[in-house]
Design a protein around this ligand. Structure first.
Ligand SMILES: Cc1ncc(COP(=O)(O)O)c(C=O)c1O
Length: 378
C-alpha cells in the first residue's frame, strides 16, 4: 500500500485470503512479494513444515535425508545441461553466490546489469543496478534497458563493455518485476547470451520472482533458444518460507573459494518445505492456471487507456504504470476500502496473484482495479 494508508494488521491467511486482527477478510495480490505462489498455508506444505519441526531444524553442513530428494526434484525442472548448485535463504544471497561463482570461474571481477532490475538489496546485489544503492564499488556496469533504449542500441553498448574482456557475467532479470514489468524480446536475450559466450563471460538469469511457473513455463528462460549459464530462483520454491537456489551449467565448477556458506542456507526446515512445495507444484496444472490468470488480466486490465494506465505483464505478474492524471491516493484508498491488497510503489502498481487463486476472484479483483483506476483519473 502507499505510505499514507494504514495497512491491516494481519493475523492469518488461507489461499488468497488474509484475515486481519478483527477477523475481516482481505484479498491478497501481494502474496509476500510473490513468495506465496500456491496460496497461504497450503495444507500439504504446512503439514511438511510441521512434521519437520519436530524432527530437525538446523544441522550446519551435515547431510540430511531430504537433500538427495530435493536435489532430484530441482534437477528434474532444469535443462539437462544444468544442475542445482546450492540452496540459500534469500534472493540477494543467491545473487551474491552467483557473483562469486562467476568470478572464480572466469577469473574476472566485473559485472553488467540492466537499469532498474532487481537483484537484491545486499551491498553488492543492490550496487549492480538498484537506483538508490548506497555503495557503488568499481567494476559494475549498468546498461539502459528497453524502457528507454532500443534493443539494438543496448546490444551495441553490451558488446562494447564485453569487449573489455573484464566481465565475469551479465545479470538479467528477464521480466522486471519490481520496476514496471519491462521485458525485452526473446531475440534480444538470445543475442545477449550469445555475446556473453563469445567474449568469455557468463550470463546469469535472475528468476527469483519469475522462476517456477510465474510466467507460464517453469522458467522464463525456457522460451529462449540459448541457455543462460546460471539461473537464480527463490520466492515460489518455499511458498513463503525463506529459501533460494542457484542452478549452474555443467561447465562451471564449484571451487572451495566459491562455496556458499551461511548458517541457515538449505536448513532441514527449508528442505522439507521445498520438497513439499515442488511435489505440490508437480500435482497442479500450474502452466494452465497461470495461463487463465494471464487471459483474465488481458481481458480486464489491458483495455485501460494506455495514456492513463499502461499495463504490462505476463501470467501471474502484472504492473500498472499509473500516469500523471491518476490520483494515486484516491486509487489506493478505493482498493483499501474494498479490502484488496496490492503493492503501489511510486507510480507502479504491482499485482502478484497466487497461481491457485480462484479465477472468479481474480476476475473480480482485476475489474475492481480497472474501475478504480478509471474513477481516480481526472
Ligand atoms: C528478481 C529478483 N531478484 C532478487 C530479489 C531479492 O530477493 P530477496 O528479497 O529474497 O533478497 C528479488 C526480490 O524481490 C527479485 O524480485
Amino acid at each position: 500500500m502507499t505510505p499514507s494508508i494504514t495497512p491491516p494488521m494481519l493475523s492469518r491467511g488461507l489461499g488468497s485470503l488474509l484475515h486481519d486482527q478483527h477477523g475481516q477478510g482481505w484479498t491478497d495480490l501481494i502474496t509476500g512479494y510473490g513468495a506465496v505462489f500456491l496460496g497461504h498455508c497450503e495444507p500439504k506444505i504446512t503439514a511438511a513444515l510441521q512434521a519437520q519441526s519436530t524432527r530437525l531444524w538446523a544441522a550446519g553442513r551435515l547431510p540430511v535425508d531430504h537433500q538427495p530428494r530435493v536435489d532430484r526434484l530441482i534437477n528434474q525442472l532444469l535443462a539437462s545441461d544444468m544442475r542445482q548448485a546450492g540452496l540459500l535463504s534469500t534472493g540477494m544471497e543467491a545473487a551474491e553466490y552467483a557473483m562469486r561463482l562467476a568470478a572464480t570461474h572466469t577469473g574476472r571481477q566485473a559485472f553488467i546489469a540492466f537499469e532498474r532490475s532487481m537483484h537484491g538489496k545486499s551491498a553488492m546485489s543492490a550496487a549492480l543496478c538498484w537506483p538508490n544503492a548506497p555503495l557503488r564499488p568499481g567494476g559494475l556496469h549498468t546498461l539502459p534497458f528497453v524502457d528507454r533504449c532500443a534493443e539494438s542500441d543496448i546490444l551495441e553498448q553490451l558488446l562494447a563493455v564485453l569487449r573489455t574482456g573484464k566481465i565475469a557475467a551479465l545479470f538479467v532479470e528477464p521480466l522486471q518485476g519490481s520496476n514496471g514489468a519491462h521485458q525485452a524480446s526473446a531475440a534480444f536475450y538470445e543475442q545477449a547470451i550469445a555475446l556473453c559466450h563469445e567474449h568469455g563471460s557468463l550470463c546469469i538469469f535472475d528468476e527469483t520472482l519469475t522462476g517456477l511457473y510465474r510466467t507460464g513455463p517453469a522458467f522464463y528462460a525456457e522460451r529462449l533458444v540459448g541457455t543462460p549459464d546460471m539461473l537464480i530462483f527463490a520466492k515460489s520454491m518455499g511458498n513463503g518460507f525463506p529459501v533460494a537456489c542457484v542452478a549452474l551449467g555443467m561447465h562451471i565448477q564449484i571451487t572451495p573459494q566459491a562455496l556458499p556458506g551461511s548458517t541457515f542456507a538449505g536448513n532441514p526446515l527449508a528442505l522439507a518445505v521445498v520438497e513439499a512445495t515442488l511435489q505440490r507444484m508437480a500435482e497442479l496444472p500450474l502452466t494452465q492456471q497461470v495461463q487463465q490468470l494471464d487471459e483474465i488480466a488481458r481481458q480486464t486490465l489491458a483495455p485501460l487507456d494506455p495514456t492513463q494506465v499502461f499495463v504490462r505483464g505476463q501470467g501471474a505478474l502484472w504492473c500498472l504504470e499509473l500516469g500523471a492524471s491518476v490520483n494515486i491516493s484516491t486509487l489506493a484508498q478505493t482498493l483499501h476500502d474494498h479490502h484488496l491488497l496490492v503493492t503501489i510503489t511510486g507510480r507502479f502498481m504491482r499485482l502478484l496473484p497466487a497461481a491457485t487463486m480462484n479465477t472468479t476472484d481474480w476476475h473480480q479483483a482485476c475489474e475492481l482495479i480497472a474501475q478504480a483506476c478509471q474513477a481516480a483519473t481526472s
